[in-house]
Design a protein around this ligand. Structure first.
Ligand SMILES: Cc1ncc(COP(=O)(O)O)c(C=O)c1O
Length: 385
């Protein structure tokens, strides 16, 4: 029996709406199909911003505790995630009431959208940026108001971008401003002073700062994070962060949001009870305590990035954009680079997103030296070098 048309929500079937992501097609079946078509044994994944080193080895001891004591997984987690929030509060020097946790920062993007976006809500969204934010804005009926970062400025943030954003927010009466720093895909940051200017001029807006890659930048902790602005008493800003990237825990699905009591209280009100699992909470606490490991990954990534840049510098027909994180946007002269790499067993991200003109872009993740060399050699082969 087919479902009555009245039961279907028409807005989710409008294929003209840009930004919808087809989540029914997982990567598992895609990779299997590609392996069969090209006769590949394995595919190297440069497409998602995962940490190739995985999480801190100290987590193995934590995991052993779950094996020895199954009650740790047979019981419900603490519904307030007190221990994890205490640990985060201590780490950032904020209060417990300033933190809510979620199943990845994606879930926080959803929750923020559910609370503050309704039909027609204008949301300032500098592009190119993380497509899932645009997807959420659109699904909740919002209208993204784009601020275009420029290729000739390497898709980096400038004072002009701030001025244009402030002007546009006023003209369009936007309610939300969604910033990503370091940005995905080009990896540039928005200086904290620029975020401060934006806040000062937009007291009636909520400013969301996605810092999923925040730990990768050199001055990653206290000097840089917009969490410092919350500590200085600014009420209309939310900062989202995640354990998926440098912490190497993407499969656990754990993220958190820091903000003023008033905003966090609302996000807590619509939080699904027990959504974050007990294993994730325990492992995240252990991961957070091992900052030496985070520092090691940060340094390693920065060295690997320099090596990659040196190799890419030697390839004509390629332009890469200066990144402060573990992903890199590359522009190339041929449309077939993505397909060529796939045939060679290398999966990179296609970049058909708002704000990148043409299709000659790929995004890669910086992996280990051996894998990075395989990628570089494949790109060289493609360009006949
Ligand atoms: C900029 C940015 N924000 C948020 C996320 C979501 O990460 P997660 O839901 O795994 O925390 C990603 C993932 O790729 C990202 O690139």
């Amino acid at each position: 029996m087919t479902v009555k048309p009245t039961l279907l929500v028409s807005k989710y079937f409008d294929s003209n709406i840009k930004g919808y992501v087809d989540k029914t097609k997982g990567t598992e079946s895609f990779l299997e199909e590609i392996k069969q078509i090209y006769g590949l044994e394995k595919i190297l994944k440069f497409d998602l911003g995962e940490n190739p080193e995985g999480p801190s080895p100290t987590l193995i001891d934590e995991l052993k505790k779950f094996i020895r004591n199954l009650s740790l997984i047979s019981e419900y987690p603490d519904s307030s995630y007190l221990r994890l929030r205490e640990e985060l509060a201590k780490f950032y020097g904020v209060k417990l009431e300033n933190i809510t946790v979620g199943t990845g920062s994606n879930e926080l993007i959803e929750r923020i959208s559910r609370l503050w976006i309704e039909q027609g809500t204008k949301v300032i969204f500098p592009i190119p940026s993380f497509y899932r934010i645009e997807d959420a804005i659109l699904r909740f009926g919002g209208v993204p108001v784009y601020i275009q970062l420029k290729d000739e400025e390497n898709y980096q943030w400038t004072e002009n971008t701030t001025n244009e954003l402030i002007r546009t927010a006023k003209e369009t009466k936007s309610k939300l401003i969604w910033l990503v720093t370091p940005n995905n895909p080009a990896g540039g940051i928005i200086p904290l002073e620029e975020i401060q200017k934006i806040i000062e001029k937009n007291k009636d807006c909520i400013i969301i700062v996605d810092e999923a890659f925040g730990e990768y930048i050199d001055s990653y902790r206290k000097p840089y994070s917009a969490i410092n602005l919350i500590k200085s008493g600014i009420g209309n800003i939310l900062v989202t962060r995640t354990f998926s990237k440098i912490y190497g825990l993407a499969g656990l699905r754990l993220g958190y949001c820091v903000g003023s009591n008033e905003l966090i209280k609302l996000l807590e009100r619509i939080r699904m009870e027990f959504a974050v699992n007990a294993v994730a909470e325990k492992l995240a606490i252990a991961a957070l305590r091992d900052q030496e490991y985070i520092e090691k990954i940060r340094k390693k990534t920065s060295q690997r990035r320099k090596l990659l840049e040196n190799s890419l510098d030697k390839i004509e027909g390629i332009k890469y954009y200066p990144s402060q994180t573990h992903i890199m946007l590359i522009k190339h002269k041929s449309k077939n680079l993505y397909n060529y790499l796939l045939k060679e067993g290398i999966l990179v991200a296609t970049m058909e997103i708002s704000g990148l003109e043409g299709k000659n872009y790929i995004r890669i993740t910086i992996r280990n030296e051996e894998e990075n060399n395989i990628l570089i050699n494949a790109i060289k082969k493609f360009f006949g070098i």
